[in-house]
Design a protein around this ligand. Structure first.
Ligand SMILES: Cc1cc2nc3c(=O)[nH]c(=O)nc-3n(C[C@H](O)[C@H](O)[C@H](O)COP(=O)(O)OP(=O)(O)OC[C@H]3O[C@@H](n4cnc5c(N)ncnc54)[C@H](O)[C@@H]3O)c2cc1C
Length: 264
């Protein structure tokens, strides 16, 4: 069964490559996703996204976008044995994400809080029913499973960041604020209130004449510290085998006849 599935995958990959007119031989072997130039739409044909350069890559996991979410996904996939390729539409020297420009403040609930209460509080955050002016209602098909995952994942964020960048400042990551919705159900039982800000040591000594992204590493804080820990340290320094293609916007997903997504 697995062999048949692999063969189907190989065939569909070959078809994909044949259609693109790119070298088929080596890229058709192995299991994973493909990235390459596919048939351009009329609009793309008029203005080739990459200046007409042809290329193809194969990986087990293709991550689209190198913000905090993409960087974390790439690190996790890599550490679980996957060959990972990241596509990022911005240039490396001008890579400014929401993550990088954010306050870098994240929830860090007290570990002695009740997990079931944490799930309920997170579900409340995922719907609008506790906020009178919001129209969204609960979506259990999304929020139940997501809240369970989130309830465990949220407890790992600080540890995950510190593992990428040990020079982050644990003192600076101490509780510094309150979560936004203390009126939501189970907030108190979940002990969800703590928020912390990401920062490297020597934070106070940052040169205020420099822009955040110009600060030396150890004076970085907020989203800039978050970005640095994940992208510069977690990926580029610690996991250089994760390939990042900058100036590479993903245009659309490529699907096999059976609906399986086989490329981008
Ligand atoms: C000023 C500001 C302050 C904030 N403060 C906080 C805060 O303190 N705490 C908090 O929790 N949240 C905060 N947020 C929100 C938070 O920053 C975002 O929700 C979070 O960073 C989103 O992360 P992301 O990885 O999903 O997206 P991003 O960080 O935006 O990364 C997306 C990446 O994908 C790339 N990309 C997009 N489309 C494509 C494509 N087609 N192909 C290839 N690449 C692509 C982009 O270039 C970018 O690099 C703040 C946001 C802003 C703007």
């Amino acid at each position: 069964m697995a062999e048949k599935r692999n063969e189907e995958r190989r065939l569909s990959r070959r078809d994909f490559l044949k259609n693109t007119g790119i070298l088929a031989g080596s890229a058709a072997l192995g299991a994973g996703f493909l990235v390459g130039c596919s048939q351009p739409t009329d609009k793309e044909a008029a203005v080739p996204a990459n200046g007409g350069e042809k290329w193809d890559h194969e990986a087990d996991v293709v991550v689209i976008g190198l913000g905090g979410a993409g960087a974390s996904a790439a690190i996790e996939a890599h550490d679980n044995g996957a060959k990972v390729l990241v596509l990022e539409k911005q240039a490396e020297e001008n890579h400014f994400t929401n993550t990088r420009m954010s306050g870098g403040v994240f929830h860090n609930p007290d570990p002695s809080g009740d997990r079931a209460a944490r799930v309920e509080y997170i579900k409340a955050m995922m719907c609008g029913k506790n906020i009178p002016w919001k129209l969204e209602g609960e979506q259990p098909h999304v929020s139940d499973e997501m809240a369970e995952m989130f309830a465990d994942g949220i407890m790992e964020v600080e540890k995950f960041l510190m593992a990428q960048a040990p020079e982050l400042d644990p003192a600076g990551m101490a509780p510094g604020g309150d979560a936004s919705f203390p009126m939501f159900p189970k907030f108190a039982e979940a002990k969800y209130g703590r928020t912390v800000r990401c920062r490297y040591i020597d934070y106070q000594k940052a040169d205020s004449n420099l822009k955040p992204y110009e600060q030396p590493k150890l004076t970085k804080s907020s989203g800039e510290a978050f970005h640095w820990a994940l992208v510069e340290e977690g990926i580029k320094s610690k996991r250089p085998e994760i390939e990042i293609l900058y100036k590479t916007p993903a245009k659309r997903l490529i699907q096999a006849d059976n609906g399986e997504i086989i490329g981008v």
